[in-house]
Design a protein around this ligand. Structure first.
Ligand SMILES: [Zn+2]
Length: 443
């Protein structure tokens, strides 16, 4: 009996949180922060064995709860015609996915680059119990393969009849790029600079718009899967805007995964999602053009932990104890062009003054060392290659405590609330950082 009651309470809490957009329209008069009330509420961390608090603090939530409770009694449904099932079939991409079913849908970007519409497969597991909609997107850059494999492994181990909520996985967003082994769309544009896109914009902008409107808008949470780019590899890590408290709370659900503060950059999928109240992070693991089993396995484990912590299912394995480690980071660049040879490895702890690698001009035999400017950890690095002066070679992370990160996020939130009536997160500092992104950052 207690178990049933607990389940009902959890279900109620999840129903209440299943429509964060609607629930928040009235809560946030300035329309800025339309994210779910709190990712922590939606998903208890492992140290909360009693399950989520019964969230429900708005009148909309009460309205959602009543019919659910009635439904549980089993015999009042006919008296209240408007009573919805606790979980309704999923309407997505013009198709109806029954409750407790797994299905493959197809998304056709409105804009076709070769006058040939290529439907993009979308995997959906629609659970039998109420819960959030979690979306996974991979290969927004067509040459980033690890995320494709992560989506496959995770989606095909889901059992919809045991699932609370819905998982939507788009294994290969940029199908054209994937077929060409290219990061870019067919028109050489980087799709991840065009979100949320415009209906009548450029070709890339239309593809972005179509993905955003047809799929992303249906998500409560989004994890966009990437790898390093341009011959760089990344230690598996989350990129998250740690100035947003909802994003910070969400990032903590991936178990022991490294979390890197990365201010949202205009045009990126996760930034556009967060702007629309969809709590989003990017997961980076490994490098492009190859499949790295360790990186894939690590990413899948983090996603399994996420599902567990969002109360969507009981995972067979998840990181109960480890907490994420937060980092601030910057790219350390080559001072001259030449052949880059590294002296450190990915994930290595480095000391201020330590030689990270050397760059040598192969003709004049003159070289210089790239030095660690502070103590930290190698979170991303270039593979050995020929580089130009200014090439971003090592991403060195400086550890921050969770408390420090959370306090900063709250502060940033308050600051931006008082500074700009309808301001965006970021500001000048973020813009300066972004100026260095195109070659240094890889999302
Ligand atoms: Zn990418």
């Amino acid at each position: 009996m207690t178990a049933i009651l607990n389940r009902t309470l959890i279900a109620l809490a999840l129903v209440a949180l299943a429509s964060p957009l609607a629930a928040n329209e009235s809560e946030d008069e300035d329309g800025r922060h339309t994210a779910p009330a709190s990712a922590d509420q939606a998903a208890p961390r492992p140290e909360d064995p009693d399950g989520p608090p019964v969230a429900a603090d708005g009148p909309e939530d009460d309205a959602d709860q009543a019919p659910t409770a009635a439904e549980d009694t089993g015999d009042t449904a006919t008296e209240v015609p408007a009573t919805p099932d606790p979980v309704a079939p999923l309407e997505l991409l013009g198709k109806t996915v029954p409750v407790g079913a797994f299905d493959t849908l197809y998304w056709t970007p409105d804009q076709s680059f070769r006058s040939i519409a290529t439907p993009v497969p979308v995997l959906v597991a629609h659970g039998t119990r109420p819960g959030p909609h979690l979306c996974l997107t991979a290969a927004v850059h067509g040459d980033e393969l690890n995320g494709i494999e992560m989506v496959r492994r995770l989606m095909y181990e889901l059992e919809p009849d045991e699932l609370a909520g819905t998982v939507v996985g788009v294994p290969i967003v940029n199908l054209d790029g994937f077929r060409n082994g290219s990061r870019y769309l067919s028109d050489r544009r980087d799709l991840n600079r065009y979100f949320p896109g415009r209906k009548n914009g450029s070709a890339a902008s239309r593809v972005a718009y179509s993905l955003f409107e047809n799929i992303v808008r249906h998500c409560d949470y989004l994890v966009d899967l990437h790898t390093g780019s341009q011959k760089r590899v990344n230690q598996p890590q989350l990129r998250a805007d740690l100035e947003n408290p909802q994003v910070v709370a969400f990032a903590k659900h991936f178990g022991g995964m490294t979390v890197l503060h990365s201010p949202s950059s205009s045009g990126m999928l996760r930034a556009a999602a967060v702007d629309e109240g969809i709590v989003a992070v990017t997961m980076e693991a490994g490098g492009p053009n190859r499949l790295e089993d360790d990186a894939v396995d690590y990413g899948v484990q983090a996603l399994e932990t996420l599902l567990e912590n969002l109360d969507m299912r009981k995972a067979s394995r998840f990181w109960g104890a480890p907490q994420p480690v937060f980092y601030e980071s910057e790219w350390i660049r080559a001072a001259q062009g030449g052949i880059l040879l590294s002296e450190v490895e990915l994930n290595e702890q480095v000391k201020k003054g330590q030689i990270l690698g050397t760059v040598t001009d192969p003709i004049s035999n003159t070289g210089s060392a790239i030095i660690a400017p502070y103590d930290g950890r190698v979170l991303g690095m270039a593979v050995n290659q020929v580089v130009h002066a200014g090439f971003a070679a090592y991403r060195i992370g400086e550890e921050k405590s969770a408390e420090e990160v959370e306090a900063k996020a709250e502060q940033a939130q308050e600051q931006s609330a008082s500074d700009h009536g309808e301001g965006d997160n970021g500001g000048e500092a973020a813009s300066a950082d972004q100026a260095d992104r195109p070659d240094g950052d890889t999302e």
